[in-house]
Design a protein around this ligand. Sequence first.
Ligand SMILES: *[C@@H]1O[C@H](CO)[C@@H](O)[C@H](O)[C@H]1NC(C)=O
Ligand SMILES: *[C@@H]1O[C@H](CO)[C@@H](O)[C@H](O)[C@H]1NC(C)=O
Ligand SMILES: *[C@@H]1O[C@H](CO)[C@@H](O)[C@H](O)[C@H]1NC(C)=O
Ligand SMILES: *[C@@H]1O[C@H](CO)[C@@H](O)[C@H](O)[C@H]1NC(C)=O
Ligand SMILES: *[C@@H]1O[C@H](CO)[C@@H](O)[C@H](O)[C@H]1NC(C)=O
Ligand SMILES: *[C@@H]1O[C@H](CO)[C@@H](O)[C@H](O)[C@H]1NC(C)=O
Length: 622
Amino acid sequence: MAVLLPRIVSNSKAPSFLVTALILFLLTEPLSQAAQSDVDCLRAIKDTLDPLNKLASLWNFNNSTEGYICKFTGVECWHENENKVLNIRLPDIGLKGEFPQAISGCSSMTGLDLSSNNINGTIPTNISKLLPFVTSLDLSSNELSGEIPVDLANCSFLNILRLDNNQLTGQIPPQIGLLNRIKTFSVTNNRLSGPVPQFINASVPVENYANNIGLCAKPLPPCIGPPKKTHTAAIVGAAVGGLTFAALGVGIGMYFFLHKVSRRKREEDPLGNKWARIIKGTKRIKLSMFESTVSKMSLNDLMKATNDFSKENIIGTGRTGTTYKALLEDGTSLMVKRLQDTQHSEKEFTSEMSTLGKVKHRNLVPLLGFCVAKKERFLVYKLMPNGTLYDKLHSLNEGDKIMDWPLRLKIGIKSAKGFAWLHHSCNPRIIHRNVSSKCILLDSDFEPKISDFGLARLMNPVDTHLSTFVNGEFGDYGYVAPEYARTLVATPKGDVYSFGVVLLELVTGAKPTFVKKAPESFKGNLVEWVTQLTAESKLHDAIDEFLVGKGYDGEVFQFLKVACNCVGPAHKERPTMFEVYQLLRAIGQRYDFTTEDDLLVLSDEGSNRADHVELIVARDRA
Ligand SMILES: *[C@@H]1O[C@H](CO)[C@@H](O)[C@H](O)[C@H]1NC(C)=O
Ligand SMILES: *[C@@H]1O[C@H](CO)[C@@H](O)[C@H](O)[C@H]1NC(C)=O
Ligand SMILES: *[C@@H]1O[C@H](CO)[C@@H](O)[C@H](O)[C@H]1NC(C)=O
Ligand SMILES: *[C@@H]1O[C@H](CO)[C@@H](O)[C@H](O)[C@H]1NC(C)=O
Ligand SMILES: *[C@@H]1O[C@H](CO)[C@@H](O)[C@H](O)[C@H]1NC(C)=O
Ligand SMILES: *[C@@H]1O[C@H](CO)[C@@H](O)[C@H](O)[C@H]1NC(C)=O
C-alpha cells in the first residue's frame, strides 16, 4: 500500500506517509485541482463510455458550484458540497467502450459498479493504480475479454469483486486469494480455466465459479490436467497453510515471550520508568517548539518536570501512548505524551510533526512541541486542567459537581465543531479514528479540546491499514462502528459513529460499554441499549434522570435523536460531522455559545442554498 498512497496527494506538500485513506485530501490551493481531477474522471466516463448519450441529460457539467457532481445520477461524494467522488454506480444504462484509464482521476473512489453494460476490451493491467482504494468493484455482465490481471491482487481493500458474465479467459491469478478482505468473489459465466484461488479469509460458493471451461481445485473438484497448474495451486495452498501455521507458532511464542518479559519488567522496574533512565544520556537534546511563547526547553527540563516520567505523574494511558503531567520550574504545567512504539525514522517523525504542529483550532488541544531521544518520541501539549470528558461523566470523585445540561450541550456542540473542522476544513484532512470521551479534554472553562488527532498514523511503520485493523484495534471498545468489522477501512462516518456514542454518554450519563440503568439481563453496550429502547418506543427512558424536568426536556430529547442518527447501523445514513455540528448548534441556539473566532462563511453560490453553511473557517488565535 505504501507504494500507492502517494498518488492521492501527488499535488500536495504534505509528507506522503501522513496521508492514507485516513487523512484524506488536501485542501486550499490543491482544492480546485484535486476536485478538477474528479470532474475530469466523470467527464471521461461520459465522453468515452456513453455513445448513446444516456448521461447527457443526467450529467450536466455546465456548473461551477462546488459539489455539483455529487447530485449526478449514480455519483456519491464524500461530502455533498465537495467534488470528491466516493462511489460511482452506473449499472445497466447502456455504457459502451473500453474501461477508461481516466477513472484514476476519481482518486478517492471506493466503489465502482459498471455492471450490465457493454464494456469491452480488457481489465487494465494497472487497475490497482487506477482504483487504489476500491472496496467494491462490480464489472459483471459486460463484454470484458482477456485475462484477469494479477494487479487486481494489489487492490488490497477489495471486499466485493464481481466479474461474472463476461468473456474472460485464462487462469484466475492465484494471488487474488491473498486479498484478505474479500467477502464476495464471482466469475460465473466466463471462459476461465485452471485452479481457482485459495482465499485466505473467504469461502466462495461453487456456483460463483459455474459455467467456465475448466476451473478446478477447492471448492471445485481437484485439478488433474497440466501438472504445472496443479503445482501452482498446491504451492500457493501449501504456502498459505504453512504461513498460517508459522504465524500461529510465532504468535503463541510471542505471547509467552511477551508475558515473561512484561512480568520481568514489572519485577525489575517498580517505578515503571526504567526506559527514562536509558535516555538520560541524551538530556541535552532540545525540544522543537511550535510556539515562540513557550521558552526553549531541553529533554532535561522535561525529565525534571515529570520527575523522570514517574508513575505518579501519569494522567492517562491509551493506545497512542502514556501521558504525563509536567510541572516546569516557572510554574507552567504541560502534558507530555510518550508515544507508544512508533517505528518511523526520526526524519519521517519530524516531518509528520511539522504538519501536525500546523493543525490548530480552538477545539483541539494545542501541540506545543516535540522531541526525539533515541527510540523515544515525546509530544508536548498544553495541559487541560479539567481532564477528560470521560472522567467528568463517569468517574466523579466525592463532592464533584454533576455537569448540568447547558454545559453538556456546550461540550457536544464545540467538540462537534472540532471534529467537523478536522474532517472538512483542515489541511490535511484528518480522520481521528479513536474518538471517545477520553480523547475530549476540558480546559479551565470546560471548553472541550480534542486530543490525539493525527496520531493513529504514527503508530505503525508502513501502513496502518492492515496492521492496526487486523489487530482489531480500531478505537476504544464500545465506540467502533459496525462496518469496520467488514470493511476495515477508516472513514469519516466511522468517526461520526464513535462521536455519536460520546453524545449518548453526554445525554444518558451511561458508560459506552456498560449501562447501569438497564435491566440486569441486558448484556449489550450503550448503543444496543438505546437501539432496543427505540424499538420499544421508550427512548425517553434513556435520558439521564439528573437532566429530566429541569426545563430542558425538549432540547435533551432532540440531542438524543441526533446521537441516535450518528450511531445508525448504515454508515451512509449517518450525518456528516459537519451536519452533526449544524444540528447540535441549532439545538443550542438560545445559549450564546458562539465565539468571535468562528467565522461562518455562507455559501454565496446558488441562492437556493444560501441557508446552507458550507465552510467553517476557524482562525487560529494562538
Ligand atoms: C454548456 O455550455 C456550453 C457553452 O458555454 C454550451 O455550448 C453547451 O451547450 C452547454 N451544455 C449544456 C448541457 O447545457
Ligand atoms: C449547479 O448545481 C447545483 C447543485 O446541483 C444546482 O443547485 C444548480 O442549480 C446548478 N446550476 C446550474 C447553473 O445548473
Ligand atoms: C469495443 O467496442 C467498440 C464499439 O462499441 C469497438 O469500436 C472497439 O473496437 C471494441 N474494442 C475491443 C477491444 O473490442
Ligand atoms: C496504466 O497503464 C496505461 C498503459 O497501459 C498508462 O497509459 C496509464 O498511464 C497507466 N495509469 C497509471 C495510473 O499508472
Ligand atoms: C503489487 O504492486 C507492486 C509494486 O507496484 C508489485 O511489485 C507487485 O508485484 C504487485 N503485486 C501483485 C500481486 O500484483
Ligand atoms: C478474516 O476476516 C475476519 C472478519 O470477517 C477478520 O476478523 C479476520 O481478522 C480476518 N483474518 C485475516 C487473516 O485477515
